[in-house]
Ligand binder design. Sequence first.
Ligand code: NAP
Length: 290
Amino acid sequence: MKIIVIGADGQLGSDIVSGCRAEGHEVVPLTIAQADITDDPQVQRALASSGADVVVNTAAMHQVEKCEADPARAFAVNALGARRLALAANALNARLVHISTDYVFDGAKLAPYLESDCPLPLNAYGNSKLAGELFVRSLAEKHYVLRVSGLYGQNPCLEKGGLNFVDLMLKLSRERKEVRVVDDEVLTPTSTREVARQLLLMLKAGAADGLYHVTAEGACSWHEFAAEIFRLSRSSVLLSKAAPGEFPAKVPRPKYSVLENANLKTAALNGMAHWRDALAVYLREKHGIG
Ligand SMILES: NC(=O)c1ccc[n+]([C@@H]2O[C@H](COP(=O)([O-])OP(=O)(O)OC[C@H]3O[C@@H](n4cnc5c(N)ncnc54)[C@H](OP(=O)(O)O)[C@@H]3O)[C@@H](O)[C@H]2O)c1
């Protein structure tokens, strides 16, 4: 297949590019300089007559505080950008793969969210991503919307200043005697390589169009995740639970955003590993740990 990847130098985009290449697909990686999804003529130039079978959109404005400060920009990228790509993909008769987020939920359910659960975002980021999902699901004739969560990957997360949570914990464990981490946000940290692998599985199997939760199996708090990072890396740093209010969030976030890969499981296509196993692979491959 010919696959265009938008946001190709990002954390997830770069793993999708390498995963697709490894499977023998023809890949056209596009960075923001080549295809800014807020720029109509640029998107037209990049996509029209490309002959692509699949367009993967990993581009987003996803720094929660930045989105809250500039919701118009967040909507321009996350919602209207997605709409623009849906129309461009239709013109190519291509499938649009659009990446969304666990932050479309408010966290009140306190049990894993299914694709059929009603979203209720708490902040501008979540609202703009939900609007993007709805544009794609209502306009793109062929589409997969993949909700992912707590991403970490070999390549830096560009929007969040480069260091993902795992690498930040490793760095802090070398610099400090004690590391304090919040215990009141539960999610499923997910490796970008796993998401790329899952997407390839779906494309190969010809999965039905629709909305899919694509996260690792299991769930943990950030504190539990840090504990596993330190256990696997044999760090002797003291890990403590942050006191309530110690790291006050400037923008409301869901306290519980675990997603169940229900639609993948129904289709017998869930290839996502447990978060502990995926973390061990990541630490071995990126840091030579274990
Ligand atoms: N990171 C997480 O923990 C997380 C959690 C849940 C969902 N997600 C979703 O997962 C997706 C991928 O995230 P990621 O972690 O891979 O992010 P990332 O590393 O920041 O990559 C995003 C890419 O999109 C590009 N981009 C930003 N604005 C763009 C625009 N207007 N037009 C074209 N490209 C643009 C960025 O380029 P520049 O850096 O040059 O601007 C970057 O290459 C996003 O949809 C995000 O909402 C992420």
